[in-house]
Design a protein around this ligand. Structure first.
Ligand code: FUB
Length: 465
């Protein structure tokens, strides 16, 4: 027995963190990430690129959260185009912010009169339920410029809403966060502010050696303040794709001073980049998107994260995209109910939601879910339980430690439960002790059935001492 414990501990130390962590969500696409720190958790609000489509035809927005930056809980889609009576298509970039215990989620969408407008949904909790606060757009100027809202509340209580493509605009929001005072201000597009000016490229420019675009503001602003300095990150441009660039200023409304490019290595399978920056648990993080999820591309984009350190003068270093992403800054408590859709890495499964919440579905032989930094403490658990629904023959859920082929802690043989939403909790007594910090792998297998058949839905799991 002692030998088994020793092996588990050693294996955990060797393998921890050696695997891919980007993109952070593998069960669906998650473009245009907008992170928000609230109450010890990071929430990331995203769009939802539809697999197989050839444009940004999104119909809903999504939210996921984490307290350790590697295990992300999928909270599903609290709002969609249907939440806004004035919206008809293109659920594009958004950002949510908290003020006085209420959550204001600014979104943009195509309107019924074929322009784009910015609206706002409000909730009492970061994951909703959200409701269109106004029943009409907040910003509507009869143009396609009104995309990509970013919102920030300054230390003096003044809130600012910036947005726009191909120009950058702002208004000063009132304290209700649902109205504004003063005019919409358009920020001048100068090389001093954004590194380049808009120039029409003509056919043959490249061959003729015409100077390539240096940088310029395109879209996707991300406005924030840190140590007394204001930052405006945005999607700029390289010759191949969008990049992330930024400007700084000691005042919230500019004039902005161009600082350079932050991230330029966007793979060419996807044109856009769109990011957000936060500080969390003593680290700084850049959220961005790529087309690097399997079957991804320009219209199948997924959120990724890198950590970075500001330079001493507050400027941002150049940041490279990595597969490894970030390391855990917390641990997962296996003795509390853990939603199956809390995932560090998953393959060949997805998530879905009903009126009771989100669950993992699409599970077949070969599917698996990994969670990281699970802290079993100093004494071993005695039981493992999982809540599952199987409409057909069911299957097998195995729990492995530290790798897909690592020591098998538990095995649950799942029978038919009476339907895909007929949930039953299965409990297994554990024979192998495990203590300390480990990654866990939930490995799914069929029981004498066609390999491709869906096995069961998975709602939550838990260990007991
Ligand atoms: O996701 C649709 C659009 O693509 C966003 O609004 C832009 O920022 C770009 O990422």
């Amino acid at each position: 027995m002692k030998y088994a414990v020793f092996c588990l501990l050693i294996t955990g130390c060797l393998l921890g963190g050696a695997k891919a962590q980007n993109p952070i969500i593998q069960t669906h696409f998650s473009p245009d990430p907008a992170p928000m720190v609230y109450n010890g958790r990071v929430y990331v609000y995203t769009g939802d690129d539809i697999p197989g489509y050839d444009f940004y035809y999104m119909i809903k927005w999504r939210v996921a959260s984490s307290e350790d930056m590697v295990n992300w809980t999928d909270h599903g889609s609290p709002i969609s185009l249907e939440s806004f009576s004035w919206a008809r298509d293109r659920a594009w970039a958004s950002q949510c912010i908290e003020r006085n215990g209420k959550f204001y989620w600014y979104i943009c969408a195509q309107t019924v009169d074929n322009n784009v407008a910015i609206g706002v949904a409000v909730a009492d909790h970061p994951t909703g339920p959200f409701k269109d606060a106004l029943g009409k757009p907040l910003i509507s100027t009869g143009s396609w410029a009104n995309i990509d809202p970013t919102v920030f509340i300054d230390d003096d209580g003044q809130a600012y809403l910036y947005w726009g493509n191909p120009n950058l605009y702002y208004v000063k929001l009132n304290k209700d966060m649902l109205s504004y005072t003063g005019d919409i201000v358009q920020i001048p597009q100068t090389a001093e502010s954004f590194g380049g000016v808009r120039k029409q490229r003509s056919t043959g420019d490249a061959e003729a050696g015409v100077e390539p675009v240096k940088d310029l503001y395109v879209e996707g602003p991300w406005f924030y303040k840190r140590s007394g300095k204001y930052y405006q990150m945005y999607a700029g441009i390289t010759n191949r794709t969008e990049c992330l660039s930024y400007a700084m200023r000691d005042a919230p409304t500019g004039p902005w001073k161009y600082q350079g490019k932050i991230m330029t290595d966007q793979p060419t399978n996807s044109f856009t980049n769109h990011g957000g920056i936060i500080d969390f648990k003593g680290n700084s993080y850049l959220f961005y998107h790529t087309g690097l999820l399997p079957n991804g591309g320009s219209y199948g984009r997924a959120t990724a994260i890198e950590t970075f350190k500001y330079n001493a003068d507050g400027t941002i270093p150049s940041i490279k995209m990595t597969k490894e992403g970030v390391q855990p800054v917390g641990k997962l408590d296996p003795y509390k109910r853990v939603e199956a859709e809390t995932i560090a890495w998953a393959e060949k499964c997805k998530t879905s939601q009903n009126e009771n919440g989100v669950f993992v579905t699409g599970i077949r032989t070969g599917s698996y879910i990994k969670v990281r930094s699970v802290d079993f403490g100093t004494s071993s658990p005695k039981e493992f339980s999982a809540t599952i629904a199987a409409g057909l023959d069911g299957g097998i859920l195995e729990v492995h430690v530290d790798s897909l082929a690592g020591t098998k802690l538990a095995e649950i043989k799942v029978p038919r439960t009476g339907g895909w939403q007929s949930w039953k909790t299965f409990t297994e007594t554990l024979a192998i002790p495990v203590t300390g910090m480990h990654d866990l792998y939930f490995v799914f297998k069929g029981q004498n059935i066609t390999a491709g058949r869906e096995l069961f839905n998975f709602d939550y799991w838990m260990f007991k001492k």
